[in-house]
Structure formats: structure tokens, C-alpha cells
Design a protein around this ligand. Sequence first.
Ligand SMILES: Nc1nc2c(ncn2[C@@H]2O[C@H](COP(=O)(O)OP(=O)(O)OP(=O)(O)O)[C@@H](O)[C@H]2O)c(=O)[nH]1
Ligand SMILES: [Mg+2]
Length: 198
Amino acid sequence: MKNTGTAILRNKKSAADREGAGCHAQVQQSVDHLPKILLVGTPNVGKSVIFNKLTGAYVTVSNYPGTTVEVSKGRGRIGDTVYGIIDTPGMYSMMPITEEERVTRDLLLTEDPDLVIHVTDAKNLERMLPMTLQLCESGLPVILVLNVMDEAESLGLEINVRKLESLLGIPVVPTVAAANKGLDKLKERIREYGKSAA
Ligand SMILES: Nc1nc2c(ncn2[C@@H]2O[C@H](COP(=O)(O)OP(=O)(O)OP(=O)(O)O)[C@@H](O)[C@H]2O)c(=O)[nH]1
Ligand SMILES: [Mg+2]
């Protein structure tokens, strides 16, 4: 993807610096009109690693309006489609307690995502599945990612992915995001989802 100026460069400055940068509205716009993917899940499960793999270099980070919570947005081409991809703050439940959780709940409600990727830590899958169900019950189109499969496997855990898919009725993708494993499969499932929604 070609860089069209300063608007969609990865921005590592502090939030305060960025607010003064003047390119913010442009970045926002460049993501807003695109089909949208939201990455959600509890803290520390690999959402941002997956976000970085899906978006590459064209990312902006900004405070969610009225909060000090940072939200990253970027563009990513998957198949023939360029998506706007949003990395949300960690959330334990759709019933928010912390400011971070409120921001993620608001993003889910207001961004009208074309796809929600629920990223989980495969070691703690049982604790994380209730949120998958909450997301599905909210009528959101969900793909479940079982990340950190390397650690799950070294603990001797075996997950029957096909059975989980048929029980939940949604795509389930095992990944080791930090080692770049399973990301191609995830992109393939995103492409299939896009086609079935068209
Ligand atoms: N072993 C292992 N570590 C991983 C994997 N994916 C991510 N990590 C590591 O897990 C840690 C957390 O990753 P992040 O991407 O920051 O997690 P996050 O879900 O964005 O966390 P919050 O933003 O705090 O909600 C990092 O140290 C990653 O390198 C994986 O598949 N296996
Ligand atoms: Mg993160």
C-alpha cells in the first residue's frame, strides 16, 4: 500500500503529541468508510500482536473521545478487500466495569463491525468462551481465535477445533500469533466470511 502522506503512518508519539499533529481526522476518515474488523478479548491474549500482523505499517493510535484510553486503528488488505481494523482495550465481559471495558463495549455498539475477532488464550479457553457466547448472542458476526496455542500444547492441552466450530456455529482458528503461525488461516477465514456476507 502506498503511503499517502503523514495521514496513515504508524505513530509512536505520545497521545498528547498526536492530538496536536493535525492529521487525526484524516486517519479516522481513512478507516471509517472501510468494512470494519474489531479485535476484542481479555487483556494480554495477543490482540495487538494480531492487529500488527493484519495491519502492517499504516496505523494510528488515539484516545477514545472523553477518555485516556488508547485505541489503535489501521488498514489491512485481506484478499481483495481493504479493511479498517480496530484493536480494542482488554475486556472481561460485555458488562463493563473499567473505563477500558466501557470503551470496548462502546466500540462494539457504535462501530457496526462487519466482523468481530474474539482473541482468546487457548490455555484458558473455558474461562473465555462465555464472552464468545455474549458476542454471538449480541448478534455480532464472530470469528474465535485460539491464540497462544504453543503454550497450550506444551501443557498437553488438546482442543478439538472442528467440534468447537460446530458447537458454536462460527469459524475457530488456532494461532501462535507471536510466531506468525495461523495468521494465513485467519485471513482465509476472514475472506470466506466476507464472501458469505456479500
Ligand atoms: N507464547 C505466546 N505468546 C504470545 C502469543 N501471542 C502473543 N504473545 C505475547 O503475549 C503478550 C501480550 O500480547 P499483546 O498483543 O500485547 O496482548 P493484548 O491482548 O493486546 O493485551 P492488552 O492490550 O493488554 O489487552 C506479548 O508479550 C506477546 O508477545 C502466542 O501465540 N504465544
Ligand atoms: Mg493490546
